[in-house]
Design a protein around this ligand. Structure first.
Ligand code: G3P
Length: 221
């Protein structure tokens, strides 16, 4: 499973790109709203930071034709390449837009997925990634991990090329369990990424090693 950062916060992303092996960034209108900056300001910052890693940008139009125009506009305005993914919600118009956008040579990430069938339809419509919302499912007494597992299994069974990009996490355990389900990718907030990579026992062990090494490690470097 590869990791993506589900944030548009530039400080968080700078930190992550410095040490965490993240493969890209995902955004949506809620994430953008948290930064209190318009897309015209935030997009150039994101494009510079992500470099050749993936950048998933959500379309806000409700009609398929407008989603297509929007997807093309981002590509052209910000000179985006193969690492750009137009995020399309799995509405009726969204499903219609997916093959249209693919036909223009733009990658598609189907988003706001809550069922295995929505993911399968999106995969059939040509989506490169499908993004099921794990925590939002858990919060409505459903089972996010199970839905991710079903999608992973179906995609494998039917030999589809679509990848599963699990999204919406509030705990490290949810991340752990989607990786055990074989999800190819997960997009995760800065806070949860920090929690999953760190452990107090690691910090303590390093402290002990440093103490024990005192005066013994005399090789110059
Ligand atoms: O990538 C989708 C994600 O941002 C939704 O997460 O935490 O708002 O449920 P959340």
């Amino acid at each position: 499973m590869i990791y993506l950062a589900d944030t548009a916060n530039i400080d968080e992303l700078k930190q992550l790109f410095n040490y965490f092996p993240i493969e890209g960034v995902t955004t949506n209108p809620t994430i953008i709203a948290m930064e209190k900056k318009p897309m015209s300001v935030i997009m150039p910052e994101l494009v510079e930071l992500v470099g050749d890693k993936m950048l998933h940008v959500q379309m806000i139009s409700s009609k398929a034709e407008d989603m297509l125009r929007e997807a093309i506009a981002y590509k052209e305005k910000f000179a985006l390449g193969d690492n750009y993914f137009a995020k399309i919600p799995v509405t009726m118009e969204g499903y219609k837009a997916m093959p249209m956008i693919k036909k223009q040579g733009i990658n598609v990430t189907a988003t706001a997925i809550f069922t295995q069938q929505q993911a399968l339809v999106a995969a059939r419509a040509g989506a490169d990634w499908v993004a099921p919302y794990v925590n939002r499912l858990d919060n409505i007494s459903s089972h996010g991990i199970e839905v991710v597992g079903n999608i992973v299994e179906n995609i494998k069974q039917f030999g589809l090329k679509t990848g599963v990009l699990a999204a919406s996490f509030k705990t490290v355990d949810q991340v752990h369990r989607v990786s055990m389900m074989g999800s190819q990718a997960a997009t995760i907030s800065f806070e949860i990424l920090e929690r999953l990579r760190s452990h107090p026992m690691t910090d303590m062990s390093v402290e002990w090693f440093e103490k024990d090494a005192e005066g013994l490690y005399d090789i110059d470097f």
